[in-house]
Design a protein around this ligand. Structure first.
Ligand code: ASP
Length: 432
């Protein structure tokens, strides 16, 4: 009999232990150790940074190979329809999210009675003009777009390649068809390869989770939350509400909640600790695979969502703007509230899902609404804690859209061919 304590058998037991439990243990241990040790815990920051880099290294290859594979598996007309549905879903849920954030903050009034920090008025940032954001989607150099991490531009190139591949495979010329099939097999192989690396990287996740959370707790500490407890409560409360709405949407489309969250919990936990929806892409794509969603949907909806769909961030921007107004004793008029909604949504389109992006959107919104910039410094002090929850919400929103759109498109769910057929919905998908 093999020795139960040999390194090999311990490693095997580690591999067999469910990932979410390993991550939960890392998370709890990180909170405890971070709070107990305080600031000096930052020495272990590289352990967390390695995890973020491992995920980051997979983002661009993953977007490229899954999108080419996904787009070349469907017709351009189908792609257009899926794109339209995904976009509509993102727009509606984002508008709802920012309204929830604003409404809850107006009801609870976080920030009243607090005084703004005395130091200098910081300069706010203006959102880039919409025309520039749109133009940036078309890269003049695809390799530069990859290096810069410009997700929308890379998506543009991959979609063009995917459509060209579809045309090659459907060509009248035997030579083109043959080459198309050859390329298609290569892309399929590359998708499998990237997911295999994702699985490997996830085995490091518990250590990364531990280090990331310990550093945030050690740096921020619970005391920092004190005066901002109300704002934190509003943001976390509104995010819980938003997730309840997701559950209702899933139920309305007769999606099995258990199976959805069974697969979504890994990306949700990863988003919580890495505070980056772009960085979480490899994990959320793997979760979509496990839900049985065809790559024709998720290869498009997830990277797009990581860039433009940020429900948690919208909640935060709404709530924090009310907080800023309250601290500086300003009354927000209806017109200003509308500005907040519009600038919040527009700013989120051009901003990538990286840690702290929401804070930049907040400064844009505050400056557009003509409010004082000083109270933003208060929010910045606890931004990491708020970023964790909002990123988790952002990633959940992307997955809900992905799952729901797959449900409404025939053939886009493995294990259920007919949309609306609830019976096939909870069958086991190909595990990845
Ligand atoms: N960190 C968030 C994300 O990656 C963006 C934000 O800062 O709100 O989705």
């Amino acid at each position: 009999m093999a020795d139960q304590t040999s390194p090999l058998s311990l490693w095997r037991r580690y591999l067999e232990f469910p990932l979410i439990y390993k991550m939960a243990i890392g998370l709890l241990a990180g909170v405890v150790v971070g709070l107990a040790v305080g600031e000096p815990i930052t020495v272990i920051a590289p352990l967390g940074e390695v995890f973020v880099r491992l995920l980051g290294m997979l983002v661009m290859p993953l977007i490229i190979v899954t999108l080419i594979a996904g787009v070349s598996a469907i017709t351009p007309a189908r792609l257009g329809r899926i794109g339209f549905k995904v976009f509509l879903f993102y727009l509606v849920t984002s508008a709802f999210a920012i309204t929830v954030g604003l409404a809850l903050a107006l009801a609870v009034a976080p920030g009243t009675g607090l005084s703004p920090p005395g130091d200098a008025e910081e300069e706010g940032e203006d959102p880039p003009p919409v025309s520039e954001t749109l133009l940036d989607i078309v890269p003049d150099n695809p390799f530069a777009a990859m290096v810069e991490g410009n997700v929308l531009a890379v998506m543009f190139v991959a979609i063009a390649a995917g459509i060209a591949l579809t045309l090659m495979r459907g060509s009248d010329e035997a030579r083109l068809r043959e080459l198309g099939e050859f390329l298609r097999r290569g892309v399929d192989g590359a998708v499998e390869l990237v997911f295999l690396v994702v699985r490997g990287v996830l085995q490091y996740a518990p250590i990364g989770v531990f280090a990331l959370i310990a550093v945030v707790m050690g740096e921020t500490g619970v005391e920092a939350l004190g005066p901002l407890a109300k704002l934190t409560g509003v943001v976390y409360g509104a995010i819980v509400l938003q997730i309840a709405v997701y559950v209702l949407i899933l139920l309305a489309f007769r999606v099995g909640i258990g199976r959805f969250f069974g697969a979504a919990k890994d990306p949700m936990a990863t988003a919580f600790v890495t505070r980056s929806s772009s960085g979480t892409l490899p994990v959320s794509s793997r979760a979509a695979e496990r839900m049985g969603v065809h790559e024709g949907v998720y290869s498009f909806s997830l990277p797009l969502g990581a860039t433009i769909n940020m429900d948690g961030t919208a909640i935060y921007v709404g709530a924090a703007t009310v907080f800023v107004a309250n601290v500086s004793g300003a009354e927000l008029t209806l017109a200003e509230l509308v500005t907040v909604v519009l600038v919040g949504v527009l700013a989120s389109i051009g901003t990538a899902g990286v840690p702290g992006a929401g804070l930049i959107m907040l400064t844009m919104t505050v400056s557009q609404a003509g409010l004082s910039m000083a109270p933003v410094a208060l929010v910045a002090g606890i931004d990491a804690i708020l970023d964790m929850a909002r990123t988790m919400c952002n990633v959940t929103g992307d997955l809900v859209a992905t799952r729901v759109v797959a449900r409404t498109e025939p053939g886009m769910l493995r294990g259920s061919e007919t949309p609306g057929d609830a019976a096939g919905d909870d069958s086991e998908a190909t595990p990845s």
